[in-house]
Design a binder for this molecule. Structure first.
Ligand SMILES: Nc1ncnc2c1ncn2[C@@H]1O[C@H](COP(=O)(O)OP(=O)(O)OP(=O)(O)O)[C@@H](O)[C@H]1O
Ligand SMILES: [Mg+2]
Length: 255
C-alpha cells in the first residue's frame, strides 16, 4: 500500500481550516518524529500565529526577485528552486514551515502560486508528511497549486453555504485528472450541532465524514488571546477529534 505524504485542508472562508491544519501538524509531529512540513498557502498568513512562530521570509518575497510568470518558469528551470525554498523555511520544534506570504503589490497573484507549487513539489520528499493550509475556496485546486496531495480534507461548519462550497471543492477534486492524484477526500465538520437540514445536505455530498469537531470554547479563547493552538490540552475536544481521525485514517494507508 502506498504511504500518504501530504494532507491538504480546503473549505469556505472562516470554517476552521487553520484550526484543523494546526492540530494536524501538532499530532502528526508526534506520530512522525518531528518530520513534518507545514505549508501556509493562504496569503492571509494565519498559520504562523496559531503555530506560535515568527516568519522572516516568504514565497511572496522570493517572487519579488523573479519577474513575470513565463520568465519565472524559465528562471526556475535554471536555478535551484529547492535551495531557495529551503532557505526561507521557518524551523520550529516538530515541523518546518513554508509560508506563501502576502502580495507585495496589487495585481495578479499567479506567479506566487506558481512558485509555491514548485516549492511544495521540491520539498515534500524531504519530510515524512506535509500539511497544507489552503486558501478559502477551490481556486488553488483549480490552479493545481495543490498538486502533490494524497488526502484532501474539506472543512465545513454546519451552514448551508459552507456545505455548498465543500461540495463544489470536492467536485473540482474529483474532476482533476491531469496529474493530480488524490487518494482520499474527506469532509471535516466543524462546530457541529444537531441540525437536520445540514444532515440531509451532508448525505448528498456523498463523501466520508472524516471528523466532527464540536464548538470548543478553549479554541476560541486561545485564538482570541493570540495564544498558540499548539498549547491546547491534548485531552480537550478538538485535538481528541483530530487524533481519532488519524487513528482511523492512517492505517488505511498502511501506517
Ligand atoms: N471548533 C471550534 N470551536 C470554537 N471556535 C472555533 C472552532 N473552529 C474554529 N473556530 C474559530 O473560528 C475562527 C475561524 O477559524 P479558522 O481561522 O481556523 O478558519 P479558516 O477557515 O482558516 O479561515 P480563513 O478562511 O480566514 O483562513 C477562529 O477564530 C477560530 O478560533
Ligand atoms: Mg485560515
Amino acid at each position: 500500500m502506498e504511504k500518504i505524504k501530504s494532507i491538504a485542508i480546503a473549505g469556505k472562508g472562516g470554517t476552521g481550516k487553520t484550526v484543523v491544519a494546526t492540530l494536524l501538524i501538532r499530532l502528526l509531529a508526534e506520530r512522525y518524529n518531528n518530520r513534518v512540513l507545514a505549508i501556509d498557502a493562504d496569503s492571509a498568513m494565519s498559520l504562523p500565529y496559531t503555530l506560535g512562530v515568527d516568519v522572516e521570509k516568504t514565497v511572496s518575497e522570493v517572487r519579488k526577485g523573479l519577474v513575470g510568470r513565463d520568465q519565472l518558469r524559465s528562471n526556475l528551470k535554471a536555478s535551484p528552486t529547492k535551495d531557495m525554498m529551503k532557505d526561507i523555511l521557518t524551523k520550529a520544534e516538530g515541523f518546518d514551515l513554508l509560508t506563501m506570504g502576502r502580495p507585495e503589490e496589487p495585481g495578479c497573484f499567479c506567479a506566487v502560486n506558481e512558485l509555491l507549487k514548485y516549492g511544495i513539489d521540491s520539498l515534500v520528499d524531504d519530510y515524512e508528511i506535509t500539511v497544507i493550509d489552503g486558501e478559502a475556496g477551490p481556486e488553488q485546486l483549480n490552479r493545481r497549486v495543490m498538486k502533490s496531495i494524497d488526502v484532501l480534507l474539506v472543512v465545513a461548519d454546519m451552514s448551508r453555504r459552507s456545505l455548498e462550497t465543500a461540495k463544489s471543492i470536492i467536485k473540482v477534486a474529483q474532476d482533476c485528472d491531469d496529474g493530480v492524484n488524490i487518494k482520499k477526500v474527506g469532509l471535516v465538520l466543524n462546530r457541529v450541532r444537531d441540525d437536520k437540514l445540514s444532515q440531509e445536505m451532508i448525505e448528498k455530498i456523498g463523501v466520508e465524514i472524516s471528523a466532527c469537531l464540536p464548538e470548543d470554547s478553549l479554541v476560541n479563547s486561545f485564538d482570541r488571546s493570540g495564544r498558540s493552538l499548539l498549547e491546547l490540552p491534548l485531552d480537550s475536544e478538538c485535538p481528541r477529534a483530530i487524533s481519532s481521525m488519524l487513528d482511523k485514517m492512517l492505517p488505511q494507508f498502511g501506517i
